[in-house]
Design a protein around this ligand. Structure first.
Ligand SMILES: Cc1cc2nc3c(=O)[nH]c(=O)nc-3n(C[C@H](O)[C@H](O)[C@H](O)COP(=O)(O)O)c2cc1C
Ligand code: SF4
Length: 405
């Protein structure tokens, strides 16, 4: 095994948390929490990931409050699921005692089709805006948060982080990207506020930094906090790379343990973070709401711009961020070959997050450690990403087809 593969598959510390190797499962909301409850479906998916040698898995969409959910099947951190979360995390550790578990902390902000709102009458973001995702579900407009709403949101992150720590998570990943709540504040496209939470980047970062501070105060210094940030929104009036470098340095100075650099937004340009085949065809097929289906047919090809897939598509930009920060760096984006793992390690990144490669083969690590010519087989068709609302949630259809033939 080469020196860099050996580095990838050797123990390392994320902050103060020992990991048995440097491969982390990326957050991929799997649609496996029916009615918001983390049960056997979610457990079985992540059992395969940890059993396959991945050092730490990440549970996607640990939403900080009920109204932070994009749809009503997502879970949110509250007492009603304490028992199930403890069971899931205990079982994962019973399966592989040295496996670690992170939870991605999210809030949808203005991008929601959740009709089971509890506290609010409509989704709220930094500024008033048309809610494209919610319109077919009868939630066409999102409102602007007041400062009281912002204070409340910060508190929900604090309480959710504490709850996650109590229920057996080993780390928390704050989602600052992909067009969700906190990223809507960072982006000049969606944040048109004129108070201390809008305007300059310092103001647009005020809420994300308050959230980081609140999560840190909830979990203490030994509990790693990762941050997934955007390097660009991929739209003209959105976040651009020059400001993203400043975002990274602010999060670094704010005490983040590790940064994961992604890009794009689910609302305006998701293919920036996926690359490869566009999602419109699969989503049209899977969509049950006739209005959403029609909308996708009409504007899907504009929403899902085609970017050809290439391995390590974020590497060059992520290296520029790496050079500006002191925190640890987690590479994400198209690392699905062992050659790519070697290259990322050679570039000095501390960890690698993998999404689709581990959906294709949850035993990537064990297989690659045992066989230097291991091939993952993910073809970046993105069919899995169109299945988040399918019965049973996300899986790789190629695997199913291969088993059937
Ligand atoms: C099915 C699926 C669901 C995803 N859900 C999330 C999510 O909940 N949060 C997130 O930050 N990214 C999500 N992503 C994006 C991945 O975390 C990752 O950024 C992207 O897939 C690129 O990494 P990869 O090339 O290793 O797959 C999702 C991706 C897929 C395929
Ligand atoms: S469906 Fe399978 S092959 Fe296609 S992107 Fe997802 S994991 Fe990869």
């Amino acid at each position: 095994m080469s020196v860099y593969l050996d580095r990838a598959f050797s123990p390392a510390k994320l902050g103060n948390l020992p990991l048995k190797n440097r491969i982390i499962k990326a957050a991929t909301y799997e649609g496996k929490t029916p009615d918001g409850v983390p049960g056997e479906l979610l457990l079985d998916f992540h059992k395969d990931v940890v059993a396959g040698g991945t050092a730490m898995t990440t549970i996607g969409y640990c939403t900080s409050e009920a109204d932070g959910r994009i749809n009503d099947q997502m879970m949110w951190m509250h007492e009603g699921i304490r028992e199930q979360l403890v069971h899931m995390n205990t079982e994962l550790k019973n399966t592989v005692p040295d496996a670690k578990i992170s939870g991605q902390m999210t809030h949808c902000g203005n991008f929601s089709k959740n009709r089971k709102l509890q506290r609010l009458s409509r989704p709220l973001g930094p500024s008033r805006q048309f809610n494209m995702l919610g319109a077919p579900a009868g939630l066409p407009f999102a409102g602007a948060m007041t400062v009281t709403d912002i204070d409340y949101l910060v508190q929900t992150y604090h309480d959710a982080a504490k709850f996650m720590q109590e229920t057996g998570f080993d780390a928390a990943e704050i989602h600052f990207s992909h067009g969700y709540g906190l990223s809507q504040f960072i982006s000049p496209k969606t944040n048109r506020r004129t108070d201390e939470y809008g305007g300059s980047l310092v103001n647009r970062m005020r809420l994300p930094l308050r959230v980081l501070e609140a999560v840190r105060s909830a979990v203490g210094d030994d509990f790693p906090i990762l941050g997934k940030m955007g390097m660009t929104d991929g739209i003209t009036a959105g976040l651009q790379f020059d400001e993203a470098i400043e975002v990274a340095t602010m999060l670094d100075q704010g005490g983040i343990d590790a940064l994961i650099c992604s890009g794009g937004t689910s609302s305006f340009n998701p293919m920036v973070y996926f690359r490869g085949d566009t999602l419109d065809k699969g989503l049209i097929e899977a969509e049950k709401n006739p209005i959403t289906k029609l909308g996708l047919k009409l504007i899907g090809s504009k929403m899902f711009r085609y970017y050809p897939y290439e391995e390590l598509y974020f590497l060059e930009d992520a290296k520029k961020i790496r050079d500006q920060v002191n925190c640890q760096m987690v590479y994400i984006g198209g690392c699905s070959e062992t050659d790519s793992v070697e290259r990322v390690m050679a570039e000095g990144f501390d960890f690698i997050q993998m999404g689709r490669p581990l959906i294709k083969d949850p035993a990537f690590v064990n297989n690659a450690m045992g066989n230097p010519s291991y091939k993952n087989g993910c073809i970046h068709c993105n069919r899995c990403a169109t299945l988040i609302e399918a019965p049973g949630g996300v899986y790789c259809p190629l695997n199913l087809e291969a088993r059937a033939s």
